[in-house]
Write a protein that binds this ligand. Structure first.
Ligand code: ZZB
Length: 258
């Protein structure tokens, strides 16, 4: 599976993450790195998700940059040459996901350039980087999680100000209009992020509709089909050093064309 790894520079750490990190990054800029199959949706990022029960590391990428992700992802990056020297990982710090919540990051290409890190129940430690960038306009999981967080901020131990950004229209589809995810969540009668079975089906439907029938509403490739724009946005992000290619070695049993 070929993902795009999105580099989201930390603008302001949460107090708990700041304490856990101390001066261990050695002056390096730290980036949360999210793996996505939908680089063309990055205009619509409204926040970023981590798993509160997941352990993350801060890994030296080179002398000036460090990446926050799971150890498993850092190993893959090192083998793929995105962490140097190739094959070698240097963990600078370890931080629990729960401590990263509330950190403010720079979201590349997004209409809202600074977004907050929030908790998501369904983040898998075994997939991608364990960091997920949130696009509630086009990802049913992201839309439902944002809805849950807005309903019960105390329960999720978040500041309501962190969920203030509304979904941004990015892609128009003939069936669902300019906000595919909320429409599909409604169609599947999804009530919470615990409805994982319906969410998996909704994700597949949203993927297919966006990929085969979507048109860009925003950005440099506005008016173009998603199929055309996807690699162009990805290439532009990589060229600007805001992203890099990231592959998962495992044979995957689920997942759809993207
Ligand atoms: C932004 C985005 C925008 C995504 C969208 C999807 C959609 P797949 O097919 O299962 O590989 N993701 C990445 N890592 C994780 C993780 N560790 N745990 C849970 N979710 C994760 O799915 C890859 C997608 O799942 C990634 O692409 C990421 O969310 C999420 F509009 O990034 B995506 C219809 C989906 N739309």
């Amino acid at each position: 599976q070929e993902y795009t790894a999105i580099k989201m520079e930390v603008a302001e750490w949460s107090p708990a993450a700041k304490e856990a990190l101390g001066d261990k990054a050695g002056g390096r800029k730290v980036f949360l790195v999210a793996a996505t199959l939908r680089p063309e949706t990055m205009y619509g990022q409204t926040n970023c998700f981590v798993g509160t029960g997941i352990k993350y590391g801060v890994f030296a990428a080179n002398d000036s940059e460090a990446y926050l992700c799971t150890l498993r992802a850092a190993r893959n990056m090192a083998y793929q040459g995105s962490i140097t020297p190739r094959g070698n990982i240097q963990q600078l710090a370890e931080i629990d996901g729960s401590k990263i919540v509330g950190t403010k990051i720079n979201a590349p290409f997004a209409l809202n350039p600074q977004v907050y890190v929030l908790p998501m129940e369904n983040v898998l430690a075994t997939k991608g980087t364990g960091v997920v960038t949130s696009v509630p306009s086009d990802s049913p999981d992201d839309f439902q999680t944002l809805t849950d967080l807005r309903k019960k901020p105390e329960f999720y131990k978040i500041d309501p100000a962190w969920v203030a950004i509304d979904p941004v229209p990015v892609i128009s589809t003939p069936t669902y209009g300019d906000m595919t995810a909320p429409a599909v969540v409604k169609q599947f009668k999804i009530q919470s992020q615990k409805d994982t079975k319906q969410l998996a089906e909704a994700k597949e439907v949203a993927y297919k509709e966006g990929f085969y029938n979507g048109t860009m509403l925003i950005g440099e490739f506005k008016g173009q089909s998603v199929q055309e724009a996807k690699t162009k946005v990805r290439d532009a992000m990589i060229k600007e050093n805001k992203a890099f290619a990231y592959a998962e070695p495992e044979v995957r049993t689920s997942g759809v064309v993207a």
